[in-house]
Design a protein around this ligand. Structure first.
Ligand code: SAH
Length: 276
């Protein structure tokens, strides 16, 4: 038996040919068009890539699994893990990338910039929390962040700080972050050149940069409070690649000085001067 309906007169169409109900006895095409097919495929793909809880991306469960993976990989500070479990990273990236938001990868946020890997953001915040000053206080105190980007790291910092001032040089990203961070009342977003720090709110107990230059700008050291710690990527001494730099502002009987240590290799976007 053929699946093809009997050939109908094409023009002009009769009202019956336009109607959706086939005439009794008429053969019906067995393969209807499926304009929703792509959606079904996308849903099937999502079902395969989303962890099998069925909770969906906006659930705490998916984040919790990311946190468990990071914990197994050596991130042990409970306050950092708690912050990572709290902030919905998928809400800070474009909808098309939301499915990847809880993988440990950096993701594009537009304008040639990227949001860092959760493990790296977590590691930097943990390094700051381990500073003697932060340990004594129990949190990061007043924080200066250079490179707001999409605002994700600022939201994490808020979980472990008293106040966050975050500077971004690209106006479209500054505006985007403002949209993402409505409701975070203790974050102050500044559109400006972060290489100059942000003197009006200085000094800071903690300074963190999400962009790396050849050296640490003097303004950051000037604005780091005694007992404070700075963590930033910087060009490696070899001149190739970047490393994490940690600087403590020590003040003791011998006076005030900056103690610098170099840590693991990292990959961050470049620190650039001026605003756009
Ligand atoms: N913390 C961000 C990461 C953004 S990537 C997040 O969670 O999304 C680093 C950002 O640093 C970029 O947005 C880049 O525009 C910004 N940047 C680079 N140089 C800067 C400077 N001198 N002042 C302020 N922001 C700067």
């Amino acid at each position: 038996m053929s699946d093809t309906p009997p050939r109908a007169k094409r023009f002009p169409l009769s009202l019956q040919q336009l109607g959706s109900t086939p005439k009794p006895g008429a053969a019906v095409a067995r393969e209807p068009l499926k304009p929703q097919g792509h959606w079904q495929q996308a849903a099937a793909l999502k079902a395969r890539t989303t962890p099998p809880s069925g909770l969906g991306l906006d659930s705490a469960g998916v984040r919790q699994r990311m946190v468990q993976r990071l914990r197994m990989e050596g991130l042990t500070d409970e306050r950092v893990l708690n912050a990572l479990a709290t902030v919905p990273r998928h809400e800070f990236v474009d909808t098309a990338l939301a499915i990847q938001a809880y993988e440990d990868t950096s993701l594009p946020i537009g304008h040639g910039q990227t949001i860092s890997k959760p493990s790296v953001v977590g590691r930097m915040i943990a390094l700051m929390l381990a500073a003697p000053g932060a340990q004594a206080r129990g949190d990061l105190g007043r924080v200066l962040e250079i490179g707001t980007g999409c605002g994700y790291q600022a939201a994490l910092l808020m979980q472990v700080a008293r106040q966050v001032v975050s500077v971004e040089r690209l106006k479209p990203l500054h505006d985007k972050a403002r949209g993402h961070l409505t409701g975070y009342s203790r974050v102050r977003l500044v559109w400006g050149d972060g290489m100059l720090g942000h003197a009006p709110s200085a000094p800071y107990d903690s300074i963190i940069s999400a962009a790396g230059g050849d050296d640490i700008p003097q303004a950051w050291l000037d604005q780091l409070a005694p007992g404070g710690r700075l963590v930033a990527p910087m060009t490696a001494p070899s001149g190739r690649g970047q490393v994490l730099v940690l600087i403590d502002h020590v003040r003791d009987a011998q006076g005030s000085r900056f103690v610098r240590s170099l840590h693991e290799a990292v990959l961050f976007v470049p620190l650039k001067s001026g605003v756009m």
